[in-house]
Design a protein around this ligand. Sequence first.
Ligand SMILES: [Zn+2]
Length: 289
Amino acid sequence: MLVSSELENLIAYYHEKKLAHAYLISTNNVQKCHEVLINVIKNIFCVQEYSDNCNKCSLCHLIDLNNLPSLKVIVPDGSFIKKEQILELKHLFSRDSQYTKDSIYIIENAEKMNKESANTMLKFLEEPEGNVIGFFITNNKDNVMLTIKSRCQIIECDFENTVNEEFNLSESEYQEHLDLLEKYLKNVENNAKESILNNEILRDLEKDDIKKNLQLCLAIYQKELNSRFNSDIIKEERFSFLNNLSINNLKKKVNLLINLLTEMQYNVNVNLLLDKMVLEMEGINNETL
Ligand SMILES: [Zn+2]
């Protein structure tokens, strides 16, 4: 995982007691930033010598379960982060933590705080009760309420967009493709009899776009296959329905997709190719029945 050194510096600041009360982390990838920040917090809280997978200490374990009372993560409730969520946080942190010296909150998508929640937050920021440290994460710094922004130290934490290089897609385009493929592959895997109809999802796209989707399919199956041999590979929850496939079937599907992508380089009828794909996928699934 990519780690921002700026974020990692926080660990040293913490031990030197130089940590500010509130940070605004401006990033191009909120999810990755959250993951890195959680690692930083584990470093801070861990009662053992922290290592990447500390599974000895109960604090790291509680953090993994999102169950440590002195660490609260707030995500937007619908379109906004609401006042009630901040009030709940204030209530939670009004008592001293039983577990850790400090309490930490993370506000994800801080640009989604409205006037009410920002004002409620403000009182909290100005008179933090006890040892409270706050992290506001945003991918849209300009839209974060000035009242919040002005009271935070700002950290820039951009991640290289590896997705872009591989598929030449922006992060949001990539997520759009995955949304579509989640639906598509779920049908292919669970409902193979009707999966030719399912090809309607892809049929109307431009040939290049269909190709890109098939390349992504290949990457998804390859990742699932690789994860069977390497437990460090982080898989996307949304494709967990592939967990049931055997290694053998995964290999066959990877091969099938490689062959189809090769065929696509020639002037073939793409619609027929898509139909061939789902039929062969179905064949592979049925072999083991
Ligand atoms: Zn630990």
